[in-house]
Design a protein around this ligand. Structure first.
Ligand code: ASP
Length: 352
């Protein structure tokens, strides 16, 4: 009997020792990199190849990304909120014709610009979103207003414009969003469809190719402020040649945008239909919450494994509660930048 007891105790001791020497859990590992505050942005993912981008264009994108992120970084450094940092940073990109958000948004089949945006506050899990507005200068500002000043999470179309007007947001003539470059890309897609399609199979194939090769350009931002609050926002014109009031993932909380102080904040960009079906942004947070994964592990699994298997293309920027940051995409490139509490700035476009 005594002998048996001895064997059992020895076994228990062994198991105990094994547990003690277990490598750090992923949750513990994430604590290694810590930023008191941090900010990360994207300007869209897609077939962005060095050979297709002139040196001037590349420099212009990098300069605008740096300009935008510095605006948010300064706010955070001075003790401002992540909410303010996200709005102001995204507004710089909405006002730039380089990106598919605000001015420079892509055109719908009917040659209009229909804008989508969303915002989420990681502290309260409150959120606001807007789909299909045509005359509000800053859709991200409207998304936040919907969160703060209405009983709703998502408004769309004409109603959203009326709300924006009532709240004193800047209303513009729809022509404000026009850029020749985006108008020409719509015409190219339409012309190709007209000349090359004569039966339905081909039509489907070309529609697919157009979508896959579209140069995206949605913008997004995630920020962590000195109070530990995470905020995330996304703003877009959607996809060129969209019709029938199509709405992508950008205004869908859980797909295009998600933030939770307990885990992370995420903003997505890519082929929206797949991001909706995969619940990309929430899945990253859920993997961290329920599977104790690190931010890197969760973003990698969702983009490189789950989204890719489904056939979706695009990427995310994400930032966790400890200030760890992750860029993850399965396309040739993603316009992106990050800045930490040591003022270190990273600006990149292509895969590296
Ligand atoms: N996700 C956006 C949409 O599907 C497009 C993009 O990010 O480029 O509307």
């Amino acid at each position: 009997m005594k002998k048996n007891l001895f064997i059992v105790s020895a076994l228990l001791l062994l198991i105990g020792c094994k547990n003690e020497s277990k490598p750090l859990s992923t949750a513990q590992k994430t604590i290694e990199v810590q930023n008191e505050f941090a900010i990360i942005i994207h300007g869209g993912a897609g077939t962005i190849l060095k050979k297709n981008l002139s040196d001037e264009k590349e420099a212009a994108y990098k300069a605008k990304l740096a300009e935008a992120i510095k605006v948010g970084h300064t706010i955070l450094k001075n003790g401002g909120t992540s909410q303010e940092a996200v709005i102001k940073t995204i507004q710089v990109m909405e006002e730039s014709p380089l990106f598919n958000a605000g001015k420079g948004a892509v055109f719908t089949h009917e040659e209009t610009n229909e804008l989508d945006a969303s915002f989420m506050d990681g502290k309260t899990l409150n959120a606001g979103a807007v789909a299909g507005v045509t005359n509000v200068k800053s859709p991200i500002e409207l998304a936040v207003k919907i969160m703060t000043d209405s009983d709703h999470v998502m408004l769309s179309g004409k109603g959203a414009s009326i709300f924006a007007k009532e709240k004193g947001l800047e209303i513009v003539d729809p022509s404000y969003f026009y850029t020749e470059r985006r108008f020409k890309s719509l015409q190219r897609i339409k012309d190709r469809a007209k000349t090359e399609l004569d039966h339905d199979d081909k039509k489907a194939a070309f529609y697919d190719a157009d979508i896959k090769n579209a140069k995206f350009g949605t913008v997004g931002c995630v920020a962590l402020d000195k109070n530990g609050n995470i905020a995330a926002g996304t703003s877009t014109g959607g996809m060129t040649n969209k019709r029938w009031g199509r709405i992508g993932d950008a205004p869908i909380i859980g797909s295009g945008t998600y933030a939770n102080n307990a885990t992370c904040g995420v903003s997505s960009t890519g082929w929206g239909e797949y991001f909706i079906r995969s619940q990309v942004a929430y899945d990253i947070s859920a993997q961290m919450e329920y599977q104790n994964k690190s931010l890197k592990e969760a973003t990698k699994d969702v983009i490189q494994n789950k989204l890719t298997k489904l056939g979706g293309t695009g990427g995310v920027i994400a930032l966790d509660k400890n200030g760890n940051m992750s860029f993850e995409f399965n396309t040739a490139g993603m316009y992106r930048a990050s800045m930490n509490d040591k003022d270190e700035l990273i600006v990149k476009i292509y895969k590296e």
